[in-house]
Write a protein that binds this ligand. Structure first.
Ligand code: ADP
Ligand code: MG
Length: 360
């Protein structure tokens, strides 16, 4: 189901917020992400496409400062502040955050639903207004280009979180990725450097049932087996020189969530065995420990070298390759989907009129 938009709630746990979360997602059809701190909110904002932030302000949270910063870092995100019943803030204090509305506790979930709806509507209107004004301006000085290409410079772009595209190729890929996200299977993403593999991995996590659990990222390139083992599986104090304390390891730290293993082609043959065992058994054994522990993480791996070719050349274990590719997603390079270039340019340089229309 396409959702109406994504709302990020930044607040401590409480029954009022749980009800609000439920009403927003079930009655209004929004996707709702919930985080407890400004740090978690910042990482959610960098990975997922967020339309509106609802931040709590009061004895327990400094929502106002967060929204002031958000106005600068993500000006397009609609900002709503939730205040304690008795908190008084002056107009001067509030105005730097340029909030759309504030709501007061005790929270009224239905009222918040309406505020969210109106807030998103008003943002959509101003977005269209900006687009139209820009198009009029461009028409004035580049009529030729416009006439050859019809009314707009390029088709309206689509989004999968932070991925922007218009091409059929990426649209099929993102549809498959959305399906894959809902499963528990490992996902292997392949494609040249810079094609957006990591962006895709993050988008998948935020569209999976694991979205409220952590996403851990590990680059496997250029690391010794020992170091990689301790990063992923953890170690006991004294397991090797320099191991001055116990380390949990990403697999257990990310329990319940997703672990993104980048440059998976780069791991040594013996580490491939460890990974395979982990994928088969779901068990980790920290270095220097004789106890195994189970943990439940979803693996997304990426490689800029096609594993199939490495397997054929005898440089990669076929059984590991088969395990990793529960879903195999291939991100095509930009040169094979030039229609995405104007959409990307528009996204990266939103205030610069693009003149690509004639070429593509
Ligand atoms: N379709 C896209 N839409 C928006 N940004 C993109 C897209 N593809 C790549 N990028 C940007 O290009 C850079 C490289 O993307 P990344 O996901 O790190 O690629 P990879 O992991 O394949 O090397 C990032 O800054 C990313 O935001
Ligand atoms: Mg990368």
């Amino acid at each position: 189901m396409e959702t109406q938009g994504t709302v990020l709630i930044v607040a401590r746990a409480s029954p009022q917020w749980s009800t609000t979360e439920e009403v927003l997602s079930e009655e209004y059809g929004y996707r709702v992400l919930v985080v407890r701190s400004a740090e978690e909110a910042t990482s959610a904002l960098s990975d997922a496409h967020i339309d509106l932030v609802l931040a709590e302000h009061g004895p327990s949270g400094d929502g106002l400062t967060f929204l002031v910063n958000l106005r600068v870092s993500h000006p397009d995100v609609v900002r709503v502040l939730a205040l304690e019943a008795k908190t008084e803030l002056s107009q001067q204090a509030i105005s730097p955050a340029a909030i759309y509305q504030f709501v007061r506790k005790p929270l009224d979930a239905k009222q918040i639903g309406l505020v969210v709806e109106r807030g998103l509507e008003s943002r959509e209107l101003s977005r269209r207004h900006r687009m139209l004004s820009r198009e009029f301006k461009i028409r004035g000085d580049s009529l030729g280009v416009q006439q050859r290409n019809g009314a707009s410079l390029h088709a309206e772009s689509q989004r999968f979180e932070k991925l922007v595209y218009v091409s059929e190729k990426l649209s099929e890929l993102c549809d498959l990725a959305r399906k894959a996200a809902r499963t528990e299977l490992p996902i292997l993403i392949q494609g040249e450097t810079g094609t957006g593999k990591e962006l895709l991995a993050r988008a998948i996590h935020y569209n999976s049932p694991r979205k409220t659990s952590p996403l851990m990222v590990q680059n496997c390139g250029g690391m010794s087996d020992e170091l990689l083992h301790s990063e992923l599986f953890g170690h006991k104090r004294g397991a090797f020189t320099g191991a001055i304390s116990d380390r949990l390891g990403l697999f257990r730290a990310g329990d319940g969530g997703t672990v993104f293993l980048d440059e998976i082609s780069e791991v040594s043959p013996s580490f491939q065995v460890s990974l395979l065992r982990f994928l088969q058994e779901g068990e980790v054994k920290p270095l220097g420990s004789d106890k195994t522990q189970t943990c439940n993480v979803r693996i997304i791996a990426a490689s800029n070298r096609p594993l199939r070719t490495l397997v054929a050349a005898g440089k990669y274990r076929q059984d590991l390759y088969f395990r990793l590719k529960g879903f195999e997603l291939e991100v095509p390079p930009l040169r094979d989907r030039p229609v995405d270039i104007p959409a990307l340019a528009e996204f990266l340089l939103p205030n610069t009129p693009t003149r690509w229309g004639a070429k593509f």
